[in-house]
Design a protein around this ligand. Structure first.
Ligand code: GDP
Ligand code: MG
Length: 435
């Protein structure tokens, strides 16, 4: 199954301590297989893999302790990007929605679901049965309409001409006054020219502002063909994927999204009329990944990194080796996480150091500039920074000498504080005991 495949691939990735071009390639190969197995189109898969690979090889990932989890996050983000953002229904005039799709996709059910949803929005939905091929289809819509208290337009008995039925429906609509009309059309087992040319005629008469392609989550490799055929013929404006309450991962949605470039508007999550949900790309990305809560996983990874860094820092402090290199690393870390949320913020004993250089967000840039103007030797042995060195550093970073002096003084103070055994114990207690 896709889930197993992907989880396997990610498990391998998660175990990697270091990421290299070759192990990314291995992982990507597995992801590619998994996506193809989930019926995601070949080209869509290829683009996705490329995007993930490019980003994964970036510095961001190389620096993390658990690159696998970063890749999961990148993969998730890219999926989300392809899936696009949620889009509202266009309910502008003429307020007509045409439902299209294969047989059994869920057009009739979703028509009723949409009517229910619109009703809840305070709108006035109207249902129009245009599936003349299956006698039961008209009855099905009638029953649903009755349940919802929504008017249903049914074709004349024995009507076989869909164009005539459409004209009659439009006349019926005139009499109904204003409302959002949902046209439920006929499908086929597979896309065929007869169905499409008929749909085109209906579309030309109805002139809908929304033409929604309804597709079953279990749609296989035919997803691209289905989506492109319907899109070519009737110009899809949005997608609805049904039966996402089942096991199918819905990889077809990626393909359909890519082929049509149209947003996903809703998803169906059950047979009942209220089991229609507004589309959430993040949730869908997670579902396709089959990873459960990917984001929280990655957040947990980030936390682990913090802890590892914090412990390394503690060791440096204990050994009295804390220098400007450590400080610079910490500044950058804090910049990434936001002030006071960095390592020092994690250590309760450090709260006393709030006035410390760098903790103040506004000064952070200046302090960083000063440290960057130091030579590597000066950074690791701040004691050697004498008067002439201070002047040179000041010139290099464009800050006044007095600021360099201040930073050096504060840095010495900080190191002194850290050397203090009781402060150390307090910090360690806070870090390892408190939680
Ligand atoms: P149509 O041929 O496109 O009009 O498809 P229908 O609306 O008749 O739906 C075909 C079958 O799929 C019916 O049994 C529906 O109850 C079922 N169905 C539609 N949408 C969903 C869904 O979101 N979840 C589940 N579980 N079943 C659905
Ligand atoms: Mg139907």
């Amino acid at each position: 199954a896709l889930t197993d495949k992907l989880e396997d691939a990610f498990r391998k990735l998660r175990g990697l301590g270091k990421i290299s071009e070759s192990n990314i390639a291995d992982a990507m190969r597995e992801i590619r297989l998994a996506l193809l197995e989930a019926d995601v189109d070949f080209k869509v898969t290829k683009d996705l893999i490329e995007a993930v690979k490019t980003r994964a090889l970036g510095e961001e990932v190389l620096k993390t302790v658990t690159p696998g989890q970063q890749i999961v996050k990148i993969f998730h983000d890219e999926l989300e990007k392809i899936l696009g953002s949620a889009a509202d229904l266009d309910l502008g005039p003429p307020q007509r929605i045409l439902m299209v799709g294969l047989n059994g996709a869920g057009k009739t059910t979703t028509s009723a679901k949409l009517a229910n949803w619109l009703k809840k929005q305070g709108k006035r939905p109207l249902l129009i049965a245009l599936d003349l091929y299956r006698p039961a289809a008209v009855t099905q819509l009638q029953v649903l309409g009755q349940q919802l208290g929504v008017p249903v337009c049914v074709p004349a008995a024995g009507e076989t001409d869909v164009v005539r039925a459409t004209r009659a429906a439009l006349a019926w609509l005139e009499q109904q006054g204003s409302g959002v009309a949902i046209f439920d059309t006929a499908g086929r087992q597979e896309v065929d020219e007869a169905l499409l040319s008929e749909l085109k005629k209906v579309r030309d008469l109805v002139k809908p502002n929304e033409t929604l392609l309804v597709a079953d989550a279990a749609t296989g490799q035919q997803a691209v063909a289905v989506a492109s055929k319907f899109h070519e013929t009737v110009t899809i404006t949005g997608l609805i994927m049904t039966k996402l309450d089942g096991d199918a991962r819905g990889g077809a949605l990626l393909s359909m999204r890519q082929v049509t470039g149209r947003p996903v508007k809703f998803i169906g999550v059950g047979e009942k009329v209220d089991q229609l949900e507004v589309f959430h790309p993040d949730r869908m990305a997670q579902r396709i990944l089959g990873m459960g809560d990917v984001v929280s996983l990655v957040e947990k990874a980030a936390q682990e990194i913090d802890e590892k860094d914090a412990m390394k820092m503690m060791r440096r402090l204990e050994e009295n080796k804390f220098d400007f290199n450590d400080f610079l690393g910490q500044l950058r870390f804090m910049k990434k996480l936001g002030p006071l949320e960095g390592l020092l913020g994690m250590i309760p004993g450090m709260n006393k150091l709030k006035g410390m250089p760098g903790v103040d967000d506004k000064r952070m840039k200046h302090v960083e500039a000063i440290i960057l103007s130091m030579t590597p030797k000066e950074r690791s042995k701040p004691d050697i920074i004498n008067g002439s060195r201070r002047k040179r550093i000041a010139k290099g970073c464009g800050r006044p000498v007095v600021e360099i002096n201040q930073l050096l003084k504060q840095f010495e103070m900080m190191r002194g504080l850290m050397k203090n055994k009781s402060a150390m114990a307090q910090m360690a207690g806070g870090l390892f005991g408190g939680g």
